[in-house]
Ligand binder design. Structure first.
Ligand SMILES: [Zn+2]
Length: 319
C-alpha cells in the first residue's frame, strides 16, 4: 500500500522499463507477407498499401535478400498468376507463380518459407474454391487444396498455410502430404479467419476480389468467439501444427481466449486494412510512428507467438 508501494519505481528509466517488460517484439517472431506477380517486370506499388509492392519473379531473390539482411526470418508467399480459370488450375501448376517463388526463396535465402494455400487468386470468379452454382463446393475444393499442397511441398516449402476456411481442409492436406513422403512439412492453419472488411487493400494487392457475392458462407461471422474456439479445436484434431487468428487488432479477445485454451503456437495476421489505417495515419502526421510498435506489441501481449505483419521489415530494421 502507498506510500510503501510505488509502481513508478520500475518505470524510472528506459533500461528499467526494458528489463521488466512483459512482452517484446523480436524479429524472429515477425512474418512478412510477400506478393509475387507473374505478370510484373519490376516491383509494382500497391496503391491501397503505401510502401508495399508486388514483386516480379526476376526481382524476388534481391528483395528476399534485403528482407533477410534487415533481420526478417520468415515469409508468407502469395501469388498473382498470369492466367486464371473457373477451377483455379494455375494454383497447382508445378511451375506456377508460388511454386517458382518457393524454389527461389529456398535457393537464395535461409528464410522460413511459408506459402498461403487458397484458390481465390487463381479462379476467374475470385472465390476460394470450386463452384457448384453460386456456392463453393467444400469437398471438391479440399481435394484441390491437397493437390496445391503437394506442389508446394515438392517445390520445397517449409510450411503450407491453408486459408480458404473449408471444412476438413487441414486433415485432407495432412493426409495427402503424409502419403507422399512429406511428413515433415508443417501446416499453419488459418483456423479462425473472419469475414472482415479489413481485407479490402489485400484484394487489390492479390487481385482476388470475388466477382460476385461475398465469403460469408465460409469465413467466420465477426460476431462470434465460441465458434472460433470450435474451428481451432477441429484444426488441431485434424493435425494443424500452428493455428491462426485473423485479423488481429479487432480480434484481440479471440486471440486471448485461444491463448488460454490452446498450447500450440498461435499466429495472428495483422491484415492489410490494419496496415493501411496505421500507415496512413502515421504518414499524414495525425499519429506518431510509435503506434506501429504499440499496435503490433498489443498482438503479442494478447498472446500471439508470431505475428504476420506488413510492418515486419520496418520493425526488424528498428530492433
Ligand atoms: Zn481464398
Amino acid at each position: 500500500m502507498f506510500p510503501v508501494t510505488r509502481p513508478r519505481r520500475l518505470r524510472i528509466s528506459q533500461e528499467m522499463r526494458d528489463m521488466v517488460s512483459e512482452s517484446t517484439i523480436q524479429p524472429n517472431k515477425l512474418i512478412m507477407p510477400v506478393f509475387v506477380d507473374e505478370n510484373a517486370n519490376s516491383p509494382k506499388p500497391i496503391p491501397s498499401m503505401p510502401g508495399i509492392f508486388r514483386y516480379p519473379i526476376s526481382g524476388l531473390a534481391d528483395y528476399l535478400n534485403s528482407l533477410e539482411s534487415s533481420g526478417v526470418r520468415s515469409i508468407l508467399l502469395f501469388g498473382i498468376p498470369s492466367s486464371k480459370d473457373e477451377v483455379g488450375t494455375s494454383a497447382y501448376d508445378e511451375n506456377g507463380v508460388v511454386q517458382k517463388a518457393i524454389r527461389i526463396a529456398k535457393e537464395s535465402s535461409t528464410l522460413i518459407t511459408m506459402a498461403d494455400l487458397c484458390m481465390c487468386e487463381y479462379t476467374s470468379h475470385g472465390h476460394c474454391g470450386i463452384l457448384k452454382g453460386d456456392v463453393v463446393d467444400n469437398d471438391a475444393t479440399i481435394d484441390v487444396y491437397a493437390k496445391i499442397a503437394l506442389t508446394y511441398a515438392e517445390a520445397g516449402a517449409d510450411i503450407v498455410a491453408p486459408s480458404g476456411m473449408m471444412d476438413g481442409q487441414v486433415g485432407r492436406i495432412r493426409t495427402a502430404l503424409d502419403k507422399n513422403g512429406f511428413k515433415d512439412i508443417s501446416i499453419l492453419a488459418y483456423s479462425a479467419k473472419y469475414a472482415s472488411g479489413l481485407y479490402g487493400p489485400f484484394r487489390d494487392a492479390a487481385d482476388s476480389k470475388p466477382g460476385f457475392g461475398d465469403r460469408k458462407s465460409y469465413q467466420m461471422d465477426p460476431r462470434n468467439i465460441r465458434e472460433a474456439m470450435r474451428e481451432i479445436t477441429l484444426d488441431i484434431n485434424e493435425g494443424a501444427d500452428m493455428i491462426m487468428v485473423k485479423p488481429a487488432l479487432f480480434y484481440l479477445d479471440v486471440l486471448r481466449e485461444a491463448r488460454q485454451r490452446f498450447d500450440l503456437p498461435i499466429v495472428s495476421y495483422s491484415v492489410s486494412g490494419e496496415y493501411t489505417m496505421i500507415k496512413n495515419a502515421v504518414s499524414s502526421g495525425n499519429l506518431g510512428e510509435s503506434v506501429i510498435n504499440e499496435a503490433i506489441g498489443s498482438i503479442f501481449r494478447a498472446g500471439a507467438d508470431m505475428v504476420i505483419t506488413y510492418f515486419a521489415q520496418y520493425l526488424a530494421e528498428k530492433l
